[in-house]
Structure formats: structure tokens, C-alpha cells
Design a binder for this molecule. Structure first.
Ligand code: ZN
Length: 183
């Protein structure tokens, strides 16, 4: 089964990329019957992003103080609210903090933790994708590897659903192990 081994190879490559701290290749799952799937997914993602933004706006209104709790400066820069939301102080304070960490040699450790957090977030996304993939009726792969960054090529799959489910479960199990090892 050529498709099977090729997929394993890509999966290993993707996981290796993550372990190296890089970005995995893009992979899009869609069903044969539903070519509108990608569009719907995009709309769903946009809606979700909007929802988060709305929530963020609401939270910010309710919770962000006028002055930075650390340096007492007025928080008015565009990036101040994002920084406040993430780090509980203003953008300048975050720059100072990162500079100080570079000077006293703790930056790398902090950065490493941040990379781990990003990896965990990526694993969470992958798990959601695989779970959605499992729920589809006739899965089909569209692989995005052309240099234009958006064209997709259809891959032929001669594997029955059971094998795919098994493979998805294996991937899920692997992701869970990876998740545990990072925690
Ligand atoms: Zn500040």
C-alpha cells in the first residue's frame, strides 16, 4: 500500500519537524462528497476567531486597567492590551523583561518554555483535526506542497476506512504521548 507508507513517512517528517521546533507541512482533510468543506472550515475558523476577538474585547473592557500595574504608565499602545492580556503588563515592560532575561541568561529557558507551550497548542489542534477526520464518511487527502502555498493535489487512497481509523487512533495515541512528555 503505497499511500499508507507514504503517509507514515510524511507523518514522521511532520513530527520530526515539530520536535525540531519547526512548522509542520500543511495538510488539509476534506471529504469526496463535500468539496465545500474547506470553505466551511475557513468560515468556521473565521467565526471562531471573531468569537474569541469579541470575547477578548469584552474581557479587555472589563479587566484591563488604564495604567500598567508594573510601571504605572498609561496603556494606550495597540500592543499594550495584547501584552497585558498575555503577560499582565504593558508592551514596554515585556520588552524590558525580555532584555533583562537575555542579560541574566534566563531568556533561553523562558523561550524554551514558550516553545513547549506552542508545541502543546499545536498538538491540541492536530488532535481536533484528527478527531474531525475520523468522523468523516469518505476521507480523502489533499496535500498542499506546491510552492505557490495554496494549490492542492489530490492523493489516491486505496485504504479502507478501518485502516484509516486505526491509523488516526495511532496518531492520536502518539500525540497524547508527546503531549505527556512535554508537560
Ligand atoms: Zn509597563
Amino acid at each position: 500500500m503505497a499511500g499508507y507508507s507514504r503517509d507514515i513517512e510524511r507523518q514522521n517528517q511532520a513530527l520530526q519537524n515539530i520536535l525540531d521546533g519547526g512548522k509542520p507541512e500543511k495538510r488539509i482533510f476534506i471529504t469526496k462528497e463535500d468539496l465545500e468543506y474547506k470553505k466551511r472550515q475557513k468560515r468556521k475558523t473565521e467565526e471562531e476567531r471573531e468569537r474569541i476577538n469579541r470575547k477578548f474585547e469584552a474581557t479587555k473592557e472589563a479587566r484591563m486597567p488604564w495604567f500598567c500595574p508594573k510601571c504605572d504608565k498609561v496603556m494606550k499602545k495597540r500592543l499594550d492590551d495584547k501584552m497585558w492580556f498575555l503577560h499582565d503588563h504593558c508592551f514596554d515592560c515585556q520588552l524590558k523583561k525580555e532584555h533583562k532575561m537575555r542579560v541574566d541568561g534566563t531568556y533561553d529557558e523562558w523561550k524554551e518554555k514558550k516553545i513547549v507551550a506552542d508545541k502543546l497548542a499545536w498538538i491540541r489542534d492536530q488532535k481536533i483535526m484528527i478527531k474531525e477526520f475520523k468522523e468523516q464518511d469518505t476521507p480523502e487527502f489533499y496535500q498542499q506542497f506546491r510552492p505557490d502555498g495554496h494549490s492542492v493535489d489530490r492523493e489516491k487512497w486505496n485504504i479502507d476506512k478501518t485502516t484509516l481509523i486505526e491509523q488516526a487512533d495511532e496518531a492520536l495515541e502518539f500525540l497524547e504521548k508527546m503531549e505527556d512528555s512535554l508537560k
